[in-house]
Design a protein around this ligand. Structure first.
Ligand SMILES: Cc1cc2nc3c(=O)[nH]c(=O)nc-3n(C[C@H](O)[C@H](O)[C@H](O)COP(=O)(O)OP(=O)(O)OC[C@H]3O[C@@H](n4cnc5c(N)ncnc54)[C@H](O)[C@@H]3O)c2cc1C
Ligand code: SF4
Length: 413
């Protein structure tokens, strides 16, 4: 079997087992692969051109196995960090928001990733930031983008709850790049940059907490349910932001808009449409980054996030010393405003992240017993987390078993 056939077979094993996250790292390794939306509405690699000779010499199959989050993920242990059992390595943590009120307003929570992106490129610390934004040709879709200045950063502000493969962006691994992406994209790039460039030399990696990637068709259906049919041209589509958490909003060609709350859009339409790989993710908290941002919701009396509109606040976790130094310099230069924060109060307002990790070993076991294949997850302490809550883990295992059986081998989300 030649390299191209071996790589394609390894990718097919990941995709067919439902373990592809759509990160795009394989398409970065082999430009003959393109990320395209499949019949279920998720980004998947498709071969469009042969493997190039130059790629063939770089042991592409080994690199794929090391980086693909559908094959496995290793928890990193950066120098100087302390490991939180639910939230991963922590060098330092703050409540944070963009000092610039326009950026804070535009951002998903505190606008921190947008503020850092604008600052990194405007000061020449990065030659570009890779991020995601609405497709200018069709705002229902999301595309990767190279952020080169503040305007580009503001245009890419806000969460896109839909497939987009930032790790496929051709400049993602260049040492002068800063990269914003989902935890799976960032873990793939961390693995590649550590082996190619060394741990200190690779791109600056920024991530965010991630509950999972919903199908593109969930966005299209939500738009239709608001009275905007799929063939109507629209000017803009935002999932949230412009206030916190901000509404799912579509701006039509005549300037009018339709909207629904974050609670409704995520809770009823988008959240239930996430792909299978995200349901078995050990790392929704961006452990492999230099800096990870999260929503820092205020909690109601049951400890659940309160989704009422207010000025946005992010939690910012420095995972590495490099990330901590960047945050402190951004604050010293007036880019970010920081306030002290206790890491346990962040875990308290992230019930999905908490529960998914605590019971994940049940979900993984149920999948295997139902005949499914799972990626290898190392260093996340999943068994230790499961032991004090075996009843809940057992329930999760039964649920995963039933679901996996019902999905069969061909219709995996
Ligand atoms: C799919 C998804 C799931 C999420 N799940 C959670 C969760 O469980 N808990 C939680 O606290 N927060 C979640 N978030 C929100 C995320 O934590 C916030 O974006 C984070 O708080 C950063 O806020 P910010 O205001 O600093 O970011 P912003 O300043 O708004 O910057 C957001 C950055 O993320 C990039 N981006 C947006 N969407 C995507 C995407 N789909 N793929 C790659 N890059 C993207 C943008 O280009 C931009 O650079 C999720 C976001 C997404 C996209
Ligand atoms: S998880 Fe990422 S690297 Fe692995 S096959 Fe899917 S897109 Fe490619």
């Amino acid at each position: 079997m030649n390299d191209e056939a071996r790589l394609d077979a390894a990718i097919a094993r990941v995709v067919n087992s439902g373990n592809c996250s759509g990160c795009g790292a394989c398409a970065l390794l082999d430009p003959g692969l393109k990320m395209e939306i499949d019949a279920q509405g998720f980004a998947r690699p498709i071969r469009r051109d042969p493997l190039q000779e130059a790629v063939r010499e770089s042991s592409v199959v080994n690199e794929f196995r090391d980086a693909c989050p559908g094959v496995g993920v290793r928890a990193q242990r950066p120098v100087g960090s302390q490991r939180h059992p639910l939230l991963g390595p922590v060098v330092a943590v703050w409540e944070a928001w963009a000092t610039d009120p326009e950026i804070r307003f535009a951002g998903s929570s505190g606008g921190t990733l947008t503020a850092l992106s604008a600052w990194l490129v405007e000061t020449g610390q990065a030659s570009r930031v890779v991020g995601a934004r609405a497709n200018p040709a069709n705002a229902r879709q999301s595309v990767s983008v190279r952020i080169l200045n503040r305007n580009d950063a503001v245009a890419a502000a806000g969460s896109r709850y839909a497939p987009v493969s930032n790790a496929a962006e051709p400049t993602a691994l260049e040492p002068t790049t800063a990269f914003v992406g989902k935890p799976c994209e960032v873990s793939a790039l961390r693995a590649l940059s550590s082996s190619r460039l060394g741990s200190e030399e690779g791109p600056i990696l920024l991530s965010f907490f991630c509950a999972g990637t919903p199908s593109q068709y969930a966005t299209n259906r939500l738009a239709a349910s608001l009275g905007v049919p799929e063939d109507e041209h629209i000017e803009a589509l935002r999932y949230r932001g412009n206030g916190w958490p901000g509404a799912f909003t579509i701006v039509r060609s005549d300037g009018s808009s339709v909207a629904t709350s974050y609670d409704d859009s995520w809770g009823t339409h988008l959240g239930p449409a996430t792909q299978w790989r995200c349901k078995i993710c050990p790392d929704g908290v961006g452990e492999s980054s230099d800096i990870t941002a999260a929503d820092f919701w205020r909690a109601d009396e049951r400890g659940y996030p309160a989704f009422s509109d207010q000025a946005g606040i992010s939690a910012l976790i420095a995972r590495t010393a490099r990330g901590r130094d960047l945050i402190l310099r951004a604050a010293a230069e007036g880019v970010l405003t920081l306030a002290p924060m206790d890491i346990d109060s962040l875990a308290a307002v992230q019930p999905l992240q908490r529960q998914r990790r605590e019971t994940l070993s049940g979900r993984l076991t149920g999948t295997v017993v139902a005949g499914g294949r799972i990626p290898t997850f190392r260093g996340f302490g999943l068994v230790r987390l499961a032991l004090p809550r075996l009843r809940a883990v057992y329930r999760t295992a039964k649920g995963a078993f039933r679901r996996r059986r019902a999905m069969g081998r061909t219709r995996l989300r």
